[in-house]
Ligand binder design. Structure first.
Ligand code: FES
Length: 111
């Protein structure tokens, strides 16, 4: 794992080859000491912290419907794009991260 700066105020953490996540699905990567779930939805990438803000359960084990992930523990839904909590029992958003494929690598932007 290495980090690079693009002059955007983020540290871009190199987590995997760019083709590690293609054609849909998701994986969890460790970036700067956090577990980050990266989703490929129709070729677009979304990254959220893999921790449900309701009670700390991993979110990446939950099903995805469109751009929503459903916490497998109590069923809260979160927007993959914004991190917003969309229904109880969660009211706080999940943290989102910038994510990109660049120069053949998959990178997560950490502020
Ligand atoms: S731990 Fe996710 S909804 Fe409760």
């Amino acid at each position: 794992m290495s980090a690079a700066a693009h002059g955007d105020g983020l540290d871009w953490i190199d987590v995997a080859p760019a083709d590690d996540l293609v054609g849909g699905g998701h994986r969890v990567y460790e970036a700067d000491g956090r577990f980050v779930a990266v989703y490929d939805v129709g070729g677009d990438l979304y990254a959220i912290e893999d921790v449900c803000p309701h009670d700390g359960n991993p979110l990446a084990d939950g099903p995805v419907e469109g751009l929503e992930v459903i916490c497998p523990r109590h069923g809260a839904r979160f927007c993959l794009r914004t991190g917003a909590a969309l229904c109880p029992p969660a009211y706080e958003p999940v943290q989102t991260f910038a994510v990109e494929r660049r120069d053949g690598r998959l990178r997560i932007g950490i502020r």
